[in-house]
Design a protein around this ligand. Structure first.
Ligand SMILES: Nc1ncnc2c1ncn2[C@@H]1O[C@H](COP(=O)(O)OP(=O)(O)OP(=O)(O)O)[C@@H](O)[C@H]1O
Ligand SMILES: [Mg+2]
Length: 234
């Protein structure tokens, strides 16, 4: 589903991604871990077609990221650090706006359902500018999935969420997985990674340092491997 070969990203004479080779199958839920500045967000931005790779090949469902950008954009739902929402719009207006961009049918109904799903029905018509960080993140999650993407790219999605919102987000990811969607999630939260992901990738200095499957929500395995690769502790 996602095929990455010899991906290199250079910016300002700095090599950020140093040859990433990665293959991800449909339905996988993958956590990307790694220290600050490792290149994790950069990798997601390349996949979301926000920045161009310097060299290498990326194929999504057989489509070439470089040549078929418009088709590829529809496959992805991208949740970056910033919410991408319009401040003066309400949750409903934001979701309708983004849904229309993607050509979602019955968007009013879909948007109303999503606002309910993320637990903000009470604030459905309030401008987003008055919302707390966690409330904005909830709407940003709804925005990322408004067009039912086949692949979810989530950059530190749990940041700022309360326990209720963490459950909502995890349920969104798991229910999309049941429908066959694939998730790539950058996170510093090992607990959430172990809880919902079936594969862990550790990136360090722009390279993949480890790549392994996890079973039975094993947090200790994730922590041990991370310490070994990133902190040099065994
Ligand atoms: N447009 C750019 N121009 C120059 N350097 C950049 C650019 N974008 C990112 N970088 C650098 O690339 C490196 C990787 O950045 P990136 O945001 O991918 O890290 P990250 O792994 O997501 O880190 P964090 O965990 O802190 O979010 C950093 O050193 C950053 O300063
Ligand atoms: Mg980042």
């Amino acid at each position: 589903m996602i095929e990455i070969k010899k991906l290199i990203k250079q910016a300002d004479n700095k090599i950020i991604l140093r040859g990433i080779d990665l293959s991800i199958k449909q339905g996988e839920t993958v956590a990307i871990l790694g220290p600050n500045g490792a290149g994790k967000s950069t990798l997601l931005k390349v996949l979301a077609t926000l920045i161009k790779p310097t060299s290498g090949l990326v194929k999504i469902n057989g489509l070439d990221l470089k040549k078929d950008q418009i088709e590829v954009k529809k496959i992805f739902g991208y949740l970056p650090h910033s919410s991408l929402l319009y401040d003066h719009y309400s949750p409903l207006e934001n979701l309708i706006f983004f849904g229309k961009l993607y050509g979602v049918k019955n968007i009013e109904k879909r948007a109303t359902e999503l606002v309910k799903e993320v637990g903000l029905s009470f604030f459905i018509n309030e401008p987003v500018k008055n919302f707390s960080r966690g409330m904005i993140q909830r709407i940003a999650i709804a925005r990322a999935i408004v067009h039912d993407p086949k692949i979810l790219l989530l950059d530190e999605p749990h940041t700022g969420l309360d326990q209720g919102a963490i459950s909502i987000l995890n349920n969104v990811i798991l229910s999309m997985k049941e429908k066959g969607s694939t998730t790539l999630m950058v996170t510093h939260d090992f607990k959430q990674a172990a809880e919902i992901c079936d594969r862990i990738i550790i990136i360090k200095n722009g390279k993949i340092a480890d790549d392994f499957k996890i079973n039975e929500k094993s947090l200790s395995v994730v922590s041990e491997k991370y310490q070994l690769q990133v902190e040099g502790v065994s």
